[in-house]
Design a protein around this ligand. Sequence first.
Ligand code: HXC
Length: 261
Amino acid sequence: LEIPEFAHLAYEVEEGLALVTLKRPEALNALSQDLLQELAEVAEVIAQDPEVRAVIFAGEGKAFAAGADLKEIAALKDPFAAREYALLGQQVFAEIAALPVPTIAAIHGYALGGGLELALACDLRVAAKGAKLGLPEVGLGLIPGFGGTQRLPRLIGRGRALDLILTGRHVPAEEALALGLVNRLGEDALEEAKKLARQILKNAPVALALAKESVVRGEGLDLAEALEIEADLFGYAAATEDMREGVRAFLEKRPPGFRGE
Ligand code: HXC
């Protein structure tokens, strides 16, 4: 597996857990087009690496990510170029959202605009106490364009999403937890994310992939269709060796030893 040289992010894998660290700390990890491109590349690497069983996205320095790079946005020449720019970010985040393994955003400092939209493309979000989250785009004459107007209402509901989108306010981590925008708070976002990943990784790998697939594929469907998919995927899960092992281990009162088969 060929891993490209990244200029704006770091990628490492330890015991099945991949860590992607945004590395433009001088600009609070603002998502330049080069960085977005590298996020697409790293998503491709992760998708092809059978060793990776979960992914954490984090930011180096003072913030997770303070949004799309406003210098690049200022240089967009016309509405058509701006539309292409939105599509670029949407596509990158769609690739991250489509990863088969669980993904966690570890948010400290700020997750604003495109930075929050990256976190919304992840399955789970943990935040450090003191972190601030928001979609401040309307204060700049913009709207969220990397998926924020769609993923935020799907996650926390239309009314609560519109509060954030129309005020553009910075939401403190504690409120983000109450809104369901983040799943957990910790003193240290990365440590908390690793703790959550370890909890997830105790479970059967194929079951994890199927469970995520069921949730993701069901999202755009009506309930009856989505339930059919759930039943199909349940069938696949029940056909795995790990299912036999998991149930046997329960009956024998011992921890399971899953092999991902
Ligand atoms: C480019 C950014 C940036 C950004 C911060 N910086 N955010 N550069 N794009 N989004 C740079 C600053 O210019 C500054 O560089 C350095 O990072 C440190 O930032 P400061 O503002 O000095 O830090 P601080 O006073 O601590 O304030 C932190 C902050 C503020 C509250 C997060 O930086 C801020 O409001 N940033 C912009 C947040 C935002 O509006 N995001 C949404 C972007 S629009 P220098 O060189 O001066 O030291 C978006 C659209 C997505 O995301 C969809 C597009 C289709």
